[in-house]
Write a protein that binds this ligand. Structure first.
Ligand code: ATP
Length: 329
């Protein structure tokens, strides 16, 4: 028989994402609602190894639902990747009488949680928190919607200067393995071309397409590029290549949006998603579940094994790619 869960700990790990605070808040308040104790672990697995743990109550998480980042801080921990590191982490969980752990993070954080559970039989539940939307088994990850809106706003501003000067802008957005941010922000901001990691468009087709755009009367262009695109060139090399190979009188400029994509107040969508998943994670633990992720599928909170969450996501971008092609003629 599984032990009754009375003390739940929560941590945020890997890259921070807007909405993580809303998820922590929901976890803490669900614990309060179901009358179990809740502990916050600072700095992810690194803080767990160094016993940076504090009890939280419903009032500890007031005024954070609207804040970006994570008040528990996040970290990347090399030590947790080792068996010795995970032993220290487990010992601290036991020392603090904690009997279950909620991990808010991406696939790396889930891999770590799964190892902890497999090695020590410790109950763990994951909540997908990453701006990349690259986790299998959930339609959305916390932070993705906010990042998308931030990117669209930035591209709108760049478009103003692009069209005033007949400029061609190459804009790099986040997404090492997933083109979700590039594709959706590109369509939302009216980009002429979008390069994503899942598809190799080829630089020559890109040049050809830009030539065609020019012939149809376009005087400026926006190209959105996910950081993990498969052109084989970094964005600056790509900019030079385009400038050298495009005969038209475009000035080429490069803009890397970088960390602004992680920051800012979470969108309402992310706050609601985080609240649903935070409550869902506590309920999953109280129902005796472990080694699972709480995600959202067709607007419904859904539980999937962590092993499924860690599988490669099947990207179904075909419709979006077609829409991008049609709307950029
Ligand atoms: P993001 O998608 O934002 O990068 P992430 O959760 O994938 O988030 P990672 O840096 O990959 O971020 O992982 C976060 C932490 O999880 C690592 O610093 C490490 O402590 C732990 N972790 C990652 N991979 C493993 C692994 N194979 N074994 C044990 N722990 C791991």
């Amino acid at each position: 028989m599984t032990k009754k869960v009375k003390n739940i700990a929560v941590l945020t790990s890997g890259g921070d994402a807007p909405g993580m605070n809303a998820a922590i808040r929901a976890v803490v308040r669900a614990c309060s609602y179901y009358k179990v104790n809740c502990f916050g672990i600072y700095k992810g697995y690194e803080g767990l190894i160094h016993n940076e743990i504090e009890e939280l109550n419903a009032r500890s998480v007031r005024n954070i639902i609207n804040k970006g980042g994570t008040f528990l801080k996040s970290a990347r921990s090399k030590e947790f990747r080792t068996e010795e590191g995970r032993k220290k982490a487990f010992d601290n969980l036991v020392k603090n009488n904690i009997d279950a752990l909620i991990v808010i993070g991406g696939d790396g954080s889930f891999t770590g949680a799964l190892k902890l559970s497999e090695e020590y039989g410790f109950p763990v539940v994951g909540i997908p928190g990453t701006i990349d939307n690259d986790i299998n088994g959930t339609d959305y990850t916390i932070g993705y919607d906010t990042a998308l809106n931030t990117v669209v706003e930035a591209i709108d501003k760049i478009r103003d200067t692009a069209s005033s000067h007949n400029r061609l802008f190459l804009i790099e957005v986040m997404g090492r393995d997933a083109g979700d941010i590039a594709l959706n922000s590109g369509i939302g901001a009216g980009a002429e071309e979008i390069l994503i990691p899942e598809e190799d468009m080829g630089v020559d087709r890109l040049i050809e397409s830009l030539r065609k755009s020019k012939k149809t009367g376009k005087t400026s262009s926006i190209i959105v590029i996910a950081e993990g695109d498969k052109s084989g060139k970094n964005i600056f090399e790509l900019g030079e290549y385009v400038e050298e190979n495009l005969e038209e009188d475009y000035e080429v400029r490069v803009s890397v949006l970088g960390h602004i994509q992680r920051g800012g107040s979470p969108s309402c969508y992310d706050r609601v998603l985080a609240s649903k998943l935070g409550v869902g994670a506590v309920e999953a633990l109280l129902e005796g579940k472990s080694e699972v992720m709480v995600g959202i599928v067709h607007k419904t909170v859904t539980i999937v094994p962590l092993t499924t969450a860690l599988e490669k996501r099947i990207h179904k971008h075909d419709q979006l790619i077609k829409v991008a092609d049609i709307t950029s003629v």
